[in-house]
Design a protein around this ligand. Sequence first.
Ligand SMILES: Cc1cc2nc3c(=O)[nH]c(=O)nc-3n(C[C@H](O)[C@H](O)[C@H](O)COP(=O)(O)O)c2cc1C
Length: 389
Amino acid sequence: MPVDHQQLRERARRRLPHFLFHYIEGGAYDELTLRANRSALQSVRLRQRVMCDVSAIDTTTRLFGRDMPLPLALGPVGLAGMCARRGEVKAAHAAERAGIPFCLSTVSVCDMAEVAAGTSTLFWFQLYMIRDRAFMVDLLAQAARHCTVLLFTVDMPVAATRHRDFRSGMSGAPGLRGALRRGFHAALRPGWSWRVGLRGRPHVLGNLVPVLGRQAGTEDFAAWIMRNFDPSVTWDDLAFVRAHWPGPLVIKGVLDPDDAEAAVAAGADGIVVSNHGGRQLDGAPATAEALPAVAARVGGRVTVLADGGVRSGIDLFRMLALGADGVLLGRSWVHALAAEGERGVSALIEGFGQDLRAAMAMTGRRRLTDIDCGALIRVPLHDGEETSR
Ligand SMILES: Cc1cc2nc3c(=O)[nH]c(=O)nc-3n(C[C@H](O)[C@H](O)[C@H](O)COP(=O)(O)O)c2cc1C
């Protein structure tokens, strides 16, 4: 059966406790940018072409020295491991079987060693600038053992307010009150509580155990973020990361062509055009709006990845046509994981491949390199205007 993202999302909503589902769904402040990510992508019209002999469609590509069947990776999502038991390992395994990269978040449930033990392909790791530089060096040393590519996230100098997390009880109700509220929500989802919440090892933020310990709750996690994410970071600090990371370095969270240029000048191998899934600066452009100008400036010099609101292989096609070399998934793989575990993530990736091939066939594009803005009728520009081609 074809994969329907809406159905996976709905199943995830029915399976996850209220606070967890809304933690995944939510964005910053009024969630304008969150919604804009979807609407800007959906407004991109594709140019149908006919009679082009599309009997052989090739979706293979090579990113950061690795051949891949699709220009796709599972992007970093903090706490994804709460959506299925040892969830990050399951997702990494599904990605491995599909031959695409999995990127582990700094704030994952499973740590790097556990994901490495559960898979046999090197994965990607995402890191923030952390005030405790010695701890960063430790994380980078582990990443050098287990990972091929480092995504360095730069769009979170401070944590944005996510009103939804306060309403749902994910944040803001400290101590026993918060725990009771979340416990109540969990009790309404006995399936999740049994499968994920109660069985086996308790949930901790695996990579942060050396600094947070094994007893940390969600408030400790939020407090640690407030204390430790370093807002003083500048492009000069990239030299520090470079000194401890020998592999490809990708800057995640770029929306402005000048910042993309600065990333290239600072020695990045790639960028991710991203607004953190609408979870940081509300009012920032949708990524589909920002991507064309960024790709026009630095495309061809570094690898340009993009994310934000991608829910199908058709959206993936749109991002490629807007200038991306590859795409990261966020909420869509987490919905699939919550809905159907590893099987769900595998089906989702397969569905993305099918949809991408269909979009290529119906636009008359046989190879990924054939996909450019000529495949579009309207291209949203980063200043909100639209142009016809
Ligand atoms: C629940 C959640 C947690 C996230 N955690 C991280 C993270 O730890 N590190 C990071 O760089 N990005 C994080 N992101 C952003 C994603 O990597 C990605 O940029 C975003 O989800 C893409 O938008 P989409 O979910 O609409 O596809 C998170 C996103 C969500 C939804």
